[in-house]
Design a protein around this ligand. Sequence first.
Ligand SMILES: O=C(O)CCC(=O)C(=O)O
Ligand SMILES: [Fe+2]
Length: 378
Amino acid sequence: MSVLRPPRSTEKKGPPKLPPLTLSSPSLVAEHTPCTLHYSVLSPDLACELFYTMLDHSQSWKRNKWWLFDRVVESPHLTSFFARRTNGLNDDEDWQEAAQYWYNGRATEPPSVFPEPMERACRIVERIVNDEIKKRKRFKLEWGAPGGSAQPEWKANVAASNCYQGGKESVGWHSDQLTYLGPYPTIASLSLGTRRNFSLREVVPTQEAESRRARTFNVPLPHNSLTIMHASCQERFKHSIPPQTTIDLYRPAFPRKTEVTNPNPVPTSSDSFPSTPVAPTTPSATSIAIEPSNCRINITFRFYRPDFRSGTIPKCHCGVPTILRPDMKNRTDGHTDKYWWACYAGAQNDGKGCNFWKVMDMKKEGRGPCVGDAEEEQ
Ligand SMILES: O=C(O)CCC(=O)C(=O)O
Ligand SMILES: [Fe+2]
């Protein structure tokens, strides 16, 4: 008799589901998300040189591994971390060696210094970011200038870089950990190589879940484009690079300028490295045909706040530095004001952590100065 029963609706009650929307222009991105999109940000030859440089470096990059519930998972892309020669505030050249950072509950290797073309690109990115943030409202917990000015220049002092080989490689839905970035960071994300979609989806606060649903936005990111995730993006939205069944190959506009200088050569095999051009090593490099590539390189330029330096991060009962998360589901008046420190040791320790968490208290923990502190003093 069950065959006669009407099919049960699997649709959840509540506001209607909205189909994903492709945001194919900077104005659409600015209208729907806390991001801005900028095309052709570097000169074509610098963009190409940086692509080759990072591709060469990526031969020694790793896949992050961590425990999720009862199994080890591996990031479906290669990744690496770089620190700038100075800390973005003064000329201190020792800062990146002095800092021991943690990622996914594991102490990271000392970062490499920005390669030279990355340093040049970073200066251009900083100018674009500063022009853009001058037009935007600031949030009270954003980093404020030590002198009390509410409008400090944005500087990058670290960068994380990913290499996605082919359309299957991806990064899942997440918001970036705020442990060293602090609340309301600005993150500038440079795309090189094959165009991929960047997806964004808001986390709707609990009190609004009955009245509206989040929508997925897909932003195609071409070679040499910059996506700025502005302050509040990590508090309100999750982002991902979804796998794609098809991708266009990237055809570099220029041949390699120099011989390949891979700092950490590793044997390559068809399993471990993509079908990208093997670097010509002869002086006649310019006469060699340019091979298209199926890779996308992403560089996220970030500012590690001095008030969130590694020594200031609370440790959990496992003795491992905690991670800082925003309370994404509870925002009041569009602002996130609750963040907590949470144990992340389980990511490495057979999935076993200690459930430690505590609310972050900027003032009690002696953090700042923040944009809001300068306003309060006026
Ligand atoms: O590749 C991208 O554009 C995003 C990378 C990302 O979200 C991350 O590394 O946290
Ligand atoms: Fe991210």
